[in-house]
Write a protein that binds this ligand. Sequence first.
Ligand code: AMP
Ligand code: TRP
Length: 326
Amino acid sequence: MRVLTGIQPTNFLHIGNLFGALRPAIDLQRENDLFMMIADYHAITAEHDPVKLHDNILFTAASYIAAGIDPTKTVLFQQSQIPAHTELGWVLQTVARMGEAKRMTQFKDKSGSNEDKVSVGLFTYPTLMAADILLYDAESVPVGDDQKQHIEFTRDLAQRFNRDFGDTFVVPEPMIRKHGARLKSLTEPEKKMSKSAPSAKSYISLTDDPDIIAKKVRSATTDSEPGMTFSKDRPGLHNLLTILSLIEDAPGDELASRYDGMGTKALKDDLTERLVEHLRPISKEAQNLVDNKDELIRVIANGTAAAAKVANAKIAEVRERIGVAL
Ligand code: AMP
Ligand code: TRP
């Protein structure tokens, strides 16, 4: 099966990206044909610092590899270097309808009361994402819960294009895990954990050192109800138990009964220790890879060349279908 996913190189990856998208992709790597993209043209839809973006592209690629992406098996590539993405993104803007684009909840969340001030790119971003997926005939797209609507939009665009211009695109399915597809903010557990959150205390980045992890977990919001239960009605606690359950591969309710009686402090202490152990080898390896920058750039360029072959064939077919190829 052809599988594709991508992460925006905005800041460092956090554990939501790791458990929501990266791990599920890595788990599919052995038996599938995986395309793993650095979504750098998505990262410029909000204000950005070019120097930081440059570093984060490298760090994102390094994090993929450090977490388990094997660039000899998987096509690891950089979106911006393949013009077919922006080209198909344009074509799909003409296929998409204003009404459906306006319904995207991520745009509404990200623009908030500032709708007139955000970039047009933030609004058209889902058509670029649809292009990312459709160029590669991806059948399955492992993502966190927040991207589900964008995949449904992609499916609608693919079906409409196929109907109007002939069978061209594979209609992809989202692959969303039951647990870990929406890790919550540590400080405001009703919201999702996000890289662009105003406070860095709300997320744990793959590069946080042990002291920072300890501080963030210690100050994570929980509730004052007695006893421990694994329930969405207790979002802070539910989130901490979910993170531990992802690391330990144990059900959340089993962990709740293990820590019931021991209390929240014991849970937070153990979670800190397990997170530190879990993230240390990944961040260490990512740093090593970034330190060997030339080699890392070579790996990305190789993957990008392989991806470009697939994308260029598809965009040529699209040009034929819509009548612009002479
Ligand atoms: P982004 O950081 O927005 O580029 O997201 C990259 C991938 O990580 C997407 O598949 C997201 O759905 C996933 N993701 C982002 N935030 C979370 C979260 N809090 N919990 C689970 N998955 C997430
Ligand atoms: N929009 C996605 C996010 O913010 C990242 C992304 C871009 C993506 N292109 C993609 C994810 C294609 C899956 C497939 O999370």
